[in-house]
Design a binder for this molecule. Structure first.
Ligand code: TMP
Length: 206
């Protein structure tokens, strides 16, 4: 059986990934593909437990290296339990976030070197590399405003916005370094306009 396809979807929080993943899934199923949807961190029992630890607001004291390693651990389990077997058996896997999120959030956002993230994740990914990555490009200022619809940000929200801006700049920088793999999609447009753009890319690879 032919090898399947591994698609990852990236973007700052609130960039509309979830809706677009649902539309991609629908489109590919209509074309007759066997589609598996996953999310990183998550997608397996163990990875979902790790996700809870990572995202628990009570774990404010978590060191950035711990955070990076937990994301990598959740990813290692997702790769070995879901992604690798599915791709090897000819399926199309669409994963909501993957290693690029670690580069931009833990690297550009928290300041861990990209080399360290690469080394750790080489072990976690076990040779699994996305065939194509969609970066939904929308400034977090717009995306988060859309989501929270608040007028003025307080000090904490401001701090968070500075972090989200670093993440966003990180995505743009990665996308310009790896244009063959990472496709930048203007996510400021209407849902169906964005979906059409994505479908054009999908038609090229599936
Ligand atoms: P999600 O809500 O989009 O599933 O992602 C959970 C959060 O985890 C989101 O804010 C992005 C962040 N994240 C990282 O910081 N590093 C990573 O490697 C991944 C996969 C996600």
């Amino acid at each position: 059986m032919d090898r399947g396809i591994f698609i990852t979807v990236e973007g700052t929080d609130g960039s509309g990934k979830t809706t677009q993943i649902r539309l991609m899934e629908e489109y590919l199923r209509e074309k007759g593909y066997d589609v598996v949807i996953a999310r990183d961190p998550g997608g397996t029992d163990i990875s979902e437990k790790i996700r809870e630890i990572i995202l628990d607001p009570g774990n404010g004291e978590m060191a950035k290296v711990t955070e990076m390693l937990l994301y990598a651990s959740a990813r290692a389990q997702l790769v070995s339990e879901v992604i690798k077997p599915a791709v090897e058996s000819g399926k199309v896997v669409i994963c909501d976030r993957f290693v690029d999120s670690s580069y931009v959030y833990q690297g550009y956002g928290r300041g861990i070197s990209l080399k360290t993230i690469e080394d750790v994740n080489r072990v976690a990914m076990d040779g699994v590399i996305p065939d194509i990555t969609f970066f939904f490009d929308i400034s977090p200022e717009i995306a988060l405003k859309r989501r929270f619809a608040s007028t003025e940000a307080d000090r904490i929200e401001n701090e968070k916005m500075a972090f989200h801006m670093k993440v966003y700049e990180g995505y743009k920088s990665l996308a310009s370094r790896f244009p063959e793999r990472i496709k930048t999609i203007d996510a400021t447009r209407g849902v169906m306009e964005i979906a059409e753009d994505v479908r054009r890319w999908l038609d090229e690879i599936v």
